[in-house]
Ligand binder design. Structure first.
Ligand SMILES: [Zn+2]
Length: 139
């Protein structure tokens, strides 16, 4: 288990250094691209710096790592070691996510969260994106 986290931590750190994106994020980006959607990345001027923003659709997408953002799935299991370090950190992430999404919604954004584990099923993510983006947000 410890190996899995450190691999995830490493991949995240590298994505920040290269300013590229994590593997799940790149998967979602390439799907949107294939579907012909135009989007912007990492809008730091928006709450929570959404990973992908589709201005035309008034939609902000967060592609969340299951561990970092504590998804209710096997990848989101809480660590068994170093709990005094991880638990408050993960809790802060959850609170930050909730707050950013609340603020975005109250500003009129549609907010989608796509989980790392979901991105393993490309067809499913594709269908979800098409379904969610069919109706532009009346702003
Ligand atoms: Zn998950």
């Amino acid at each position: 288990m410890a190996d899995m986290w450190s691999a995830e931590v490493r991949s995240w750190v590298m994505s920040q250094i290269r300013n590229t994106g994590t593997r799940p994020e790149i998967a979602v980006r390439s799907l949107l691209h294939q579907l012909g959607f135009r989007f912007r990345l990492h809008r730091r001027d928006l709450p929570g710096t959404p990973d992908i923003v589709l201005p035309k659709y008034g939609t902000a997408i967060f592609v969340h790592g299951c561990f970092w953002h504590q998804h209710d799935c096997p990848l989101g299991k809480k660590p068994k070691s170093n709990r005094s370090y991880w638990l408050p950190k993960l809790r802060r992430n959850e609170q930050r996510d909730a707050k950013a999404q609340r603020t975005l919604r109250s500003d009129g954004w549609k907010v989608l969260t796509i989980w790392e584990c979901e991105t393993k099923d490309t067809a499913k993510v594709r269908n979800r994106l098409l379904r969610e983006l069919r109706k532009p947000n009346a702003k």
